[in-house]
Design a protein around this ligand. Structure first.
Ligand code: SR1
Ligand code: MG
Length: 400
């Protein structure tokens, strides 16, 4: 069957037949709710029982740009396979996968409308006391058990093959590790930010560090990553966290997933000067964001090492000295990658609402500059950080 994009009527009928929760005569309503960059997303609801599901369909191009940017439909298969893997490790932290239709590149999954997209919650100043505990579990479980430390090392090589994701990795290689660091066509830089960005592009030390981080991303098939773990890929409530959208999943460097979480909390940290009502409230909320990063780092390390000690498959890797070096390396790489994430969201094609939706132009500019300053400091200093306090101190040191 030829590929076709569903409309709301077709999505409704598809859900009636395949979701397994609707009566044949149910009165269903359907809306397209996708606000992401790439896909169609429908919510289908039974108006009598309120039962609902999500249908997510990959388009053969990137929705954010249009048909001029073709994109593989295989990303829907990768997303479905990644969701299935994540559910084996931490089912409470991902949406339930109901069905996958390869012909339509369509995933049917649990509706999480009783949660909020975390980016939106952070912008309005919400706090999530269980987030660090939940996300550190997600990271430790999914990364450890897909790595050479936690699974059969020959099977792992087949998994690397299963998750080859050439086109979506290329998006990351371009939009995070290349274009923001030179005068590329895809960049989107406001006039007033041009001089600051020009300075970044001439910073040889910065560019050398970015080249090293890019090399890691290109070459280090360490574990099965989510691949795009920003705060728009997280549905949240006070008592629940759900990680969605693993279509960028591939075997890459463990620190990259951790970095996307840190980088997006730090983008919010920069953007809060446009959202908080007073200097005191700003200081307080920023302290909360840094404390969240601290807790994620500490809890991730404790959980990952505990899994390693209990389930490690490689006797030679059980050396305590090696484990300490390994965890320090992850911390350093996570903050280096996080610096690239900060810069890409200010200079590059895809922005974040935390900064872009600040209505006061001078505050927006200030937030953009702060994100660039923090990003640059983290990239240049990351290989010197020995612990989380040194990394957080580097952020505070450049915060005005
Ligand atoms: C064209 S896609 C732009 C960005 O959206 C996704 O969430 C990824 O972060 C990607 O880089
Ligand atoms: Mg996404």
């Amino acid at each position: 069957m030829a590929y076709y994009a569903l409309n709301t009527e077709q999505a409704k009928e598809y859900a009636r037949q395949h979701a397994g929760i609707f009566h044949a005569n149910a009165n269903l309503e359907c809306n397209e709710i996708g606000d992401g960059n790439l896909n169609l997303v429908f919510i289908v609801r039974d108006t009598a029982t309120n039962a609902s599901v999500i249908l997510k369909q990959a388009l053969p191009y990137a929705k954010v740009v249009g048909e001029s940017w073709p994109l593989t439909l295989d990303r829907a298969r990768i997303e479905s396979d990644a969701l299935a893997y994540q559910a084996t490790r931490c089912p409470q932290l991902v949406p339930q996968l109901i069905a996958f239709d390869r012909e339509l590149s369509l995933i049917v999954m649990e509706d999480l409308s009783d949660h909020t997209i975390m980016r939106k919650g952070l912008i309005t100043g919400e706090r999530y006391p269980l987030f660090a505990e939940h996300i550190s579990t997600f990271l430790a479980e999914t990364l450890f058990f897909s790595s050479d430390l936690g699974m059969d090392q020959q099977q792992k090589k087949w998994k690397v093959q299963q998750f080859i994701n050439v086109e979506l990795c290329k998006i990351t290689e371009d939009l995070i590790f290349d274009h923001p660091f030179r005068d590329a066509e895809t960049n989107n830089i406001s006039e007033s930010l041009q001089p600051t960005v020009q300075t970044l592009w001439q910073d040889e030390q910065l560019l050398a560090e970015v080249a090293g981080l890019r090399e890691l991303f290109l070459t280090k098939a360490e574990a099965l990553l989510h691949g795009d773990l920003h705060t728009g890929s997280i549905f949240i409530r006070q008592d629940s966290t759900k990680v969605i959208d693993p279509e960028f999943a591939f075997y890459g460097p463990i620190a990259f997933d951790i970095a996307k979480v840190y980088g997006n909390l730090l983008l919010n940290y920069a953007g809060q000067l446009g959202w908080q009502p007073s200097a005191e409230a700003l200081t307080d909320y920023r302290a909360y964001l840094l404390q969240t990063i601290r807790e994620i780092s500490e809890q991730f390390e404790a959980k990952f090492v505990a899994l390693w000690l209990a389930h490690g498959v490689d006797p030679i890797a059980k050396s305590t000295i090696y484990q300490e070096r390994y965890m320090t390396r992850l911390l350093q790489q996570a903050f280096g990658f996080a610096g690239c994430v900060l810069i890409r969201r200010v200079v590059g094609l895809a922005k974040v609402a935390d900064i872009e939706q600040i209505s006061d132009a001078s505050k927006r500019l200030e937030a953009q500059k702060l994100a660039l300053t923090i990003g640059s400091a983290l990239i240049k200093q990351h290989r010197q950080f020995d612990n989380i306090e040194e990394a957080l101190a580097a952020v505070v040191a450049v915060t005005r």
